[in-house]
Design a protein around this ligand. Structure first.
Ligand SMILES: [Zn+2]
Length: 102
């Protein structure tokens, strides 16, 4: 059974992409990788609704979904911000050109 090197949580499999508990990333570019034995005492980061349930299904969980929604909202806000800045710049340019023409 692999464990998280950060919080000592039991991981569902050795190729888990991230820790279900502390969200430590185990990707190829990450410094953290699942270890064979827990490095210390288990530290709980997430409050589990059903403590008996194994930490298996993280994909599609409400936490995962709300995170994805947060990313979408962030991108939408960024696009709105860029668009708003572009419009403001155009207005500013237009006003300045008019002042120069006069
Ligand atoms: Zn962890």
């Amino acid at each position: 059974m692999p464990f998280c090197p950060n919080c000592s949580a039991k991981l569902a499999s050795e190729d888990a992409a991230a820790c279900w508990n502390c969200e430590a990333s185990f990707s190829a570019t990450s410094a953290w990788h699942p270890v064979a034995s827990p490095p210390g005492e288990f530290r709980r980061f997430k409050r589990l609704v059903a403590p008996k349930k194994p930490p298996a299904a993280e994909r599609g969980s409400p936490v995962h979904r709300s995170k994805a929604r947060g990313v979408v909202e962030g991108v939408a806000l960024a696009i709105l911000g860029i668009f708003g800045a572009g419009v403001a710049l155009l207005i500013w340019l237009f006003l300045n050109l008019c002042l120069i023409c006069r």
